[in-house]
Write a protein that binds this ligand. Structure first.
Ligand code: SDX
Length: 443
């Protein structure tokens, strides 16, 4: 085991586990691999060839799908590290462009590296002018996530000069284009839904401020955005940037493993993120709080969340990995108070309701026994709503932030010399082979 600070070149063999098959009396030794921090793995790559068995793990609750050096999560301790740096420190001391560089390159940039990276991103923020006509094909009331999936998938038709994934230079250009253009697309999706004109990116603004400007500015007057709101937006982007092998990241890796171009892979990731069990939860939290309405109704909804016959779940609560407070939720809860204060919102009933809901849930043994704590989605929507975003834009923001994480993971996969197409197997319980029955013989 390493000292836990320096990365390993690759996983290191660390002994064996023996599988004794009582059905055949045979046994097989399987290698154990150690990472630098966190659980070791049993290498089962030879299992099927040597035993004829597949493993079975729907939802991948106990399966490591890849080796990675990007993000580490300790779910029991509520720890989240980007390239070894704690999320709390990055949220407090870094900025999103620096975090993008860190996730992509593995180290914090020096002044020159950061300046060059930021300039590269800035000068890719404009979209091909033809794309706005593609966007205008959507209904005005289309969910902005539908627009994001469609437009990002279509980027490969407009930027086909950066779709050859075997060319490192094209991979870099496609990566920078996606990170740079995703906020522009998100802002256009919002403007299109409101009937307001699109606002072009401005090269003199930071990434977060540029995004807010494209969303909220109009040609009629200059928009003043407070520094603390820009800082809060930048922090929200940092907190959502990457999160190990979650559903949407695994989708991007699987799509990329077939050699699909990065624009198509990120569109697949956006589609997966949209689900209410994943990134769509932030929108679902605000809808849930509106449905609960007041503190008096909380016990009724807690009861419903515990009822197996009721599909209702406490949105923004629980996590596949965190069995402790999601460290991102803690930062966002603090940020909530700061942003509301800055915006002069001295009384936000939704925040009061959310905090009371959290207090009651965390005292209830159902949630305590199952280690269900607030996750990243529980407080993010309240801040975004206070900033002026409608509920249906919350997951769009999650996608804007997560694009860099998806790209960093896709890049790591593509550059992995052992990379091969992802192709899981199954436990088949359907019919065995049977003869065709002609229509006249069917009942
Ligand atoms: C994100 O993976 C990531 O890293 C994702 C993410 C990222 O940054 O990429 O962190 C972002 O997606 C956060 C999660 C957002 N989703 C929600 O807030 C939706 C509500 N949460 C649940 O749907 C659920 O907690 C999941 C989907 C997040 C996790 O589900 P799991 O790991 O499959 O857990 P489970 O469904 O097996 O639940 C275990 C038990 C069950 O009860 P029992 O069968 O043991 O009796 O806990 C219960 C569940 O019924 N449970 C809940 C609950 N979450 C789990 N009960 C009520 N309300 C909930 N929210």
């Amino acid at each position: 085991m390493s000292d836990g600070t320096s990365p390993k070149a690759t996983a290191a063999p660390a002994g064996l586990v023996t599988l004794n098959d009582q059905r055949t009396g045979k046994s097989i030794d399987l290698p154990v691999l150690d990472g630098s921090v966190g659980p070791s793995v049993i290498d089962i790559r030879k299992l099927y060839g040597q035993t004829g068995y597949f493993t079975y793990d729907p939802g991948y609750t106990s399966t490591g799908s890849c080796e990675s050096k990007i993000t580490f999560i300790d779910g029991d301790e509520g720890v989240l590290l980007y390239r070894g740096y704690a999320i709390e420190e990055l949220a407090q001391q870094s900025d999103f462009m620096e975090v993008c560089y860190l996730l992509l390159e593995g180290e914090l940039p020096n002044v020159q590296q950061k300046g060059a990276f930021e300039k590269n991103i800035t000068y890719h923020t404009m979209l091909h002018e033809q794309l706005q006509y593609f966007l205008r094909g959507f209904r005005r009331d289309a969910h902005p996530m539908a627009v994001m999936v469609g437009i990002v998938g279509a980027l490969s038709a407009f930027y086909h000069d950066s779709t050859d994934i075997s060319d490192p230079k094209q991979r870099v250009i496609a990566s920078h284009r996606l990170i740079a253009k995703i906020p522009t697309i998100a802002a256009m999706a919002f403007k299109y839904s409101t009937g307001q004109p699109f606002v072009y990116p401005r090269n003199n603004l930071s990434y977060a401020e540029n995004f807010l400007h494209m969303v909220f500015a109009t040609p009629c007057e200059d928009l003043k955005i407070s520094r603390s709101v820009v800082r809060a937006m930048d922090r929200i982007l940092i907190l959502h940037a990457d999160h190990e092998q979650n559903a949407s990241t695994s989708t991007v890796r699987l799509a990329g493993s077939s050699g699909a171009n990065p624009f198509a892979c990120i569109a697949a990731g956006i589609a997966s993120l949209w689900g209410p069990a994943h990134g769509g939860a932030n929108e679902a939290v605000l809808n849930m709080l509106a449905e609960i309405g007041s503190k008096e109704h909380i016990p009724e909804f807690i009861k419903r969340a515990k009822d197996k016959d009721d599909p209702f779940r406490l949105m923004g609560f629980g996590h596949r990995v965190y069995k402790n407070y999601d460290p991102r939720a803690a930062v966002l809860r603090q940020s909530c108070h700061e942003v509301l204060e800055e915006l002069g919102v001295h009384h936000e009933p939704l925040l009061d309701l959310a905090m009371e809901l959290e207090r009651i849930a965390l005292e209830d043994e159902y949630f305590v026994n199952r280690k269900l704590f607030p996750n990243v989605d529980f407080y993010s929507g309240i801040i975004l709503r206070a900033m002026g975003f409608p509920n249906e834009m919350f997951t769009v923001l999650f996608a804007v932030a997560r694009t860099v994480g998806w790209i960093a993971q896709w890049k790591e996969m593509i550059e992995d010399p052992e990379q091969k197409i992802g192709r899981p197997r199954q436990l088949y319980t359907g019919y065995g082979k049977r003869p065709y029955v002609s229509m006249d013989k069917r009942n």
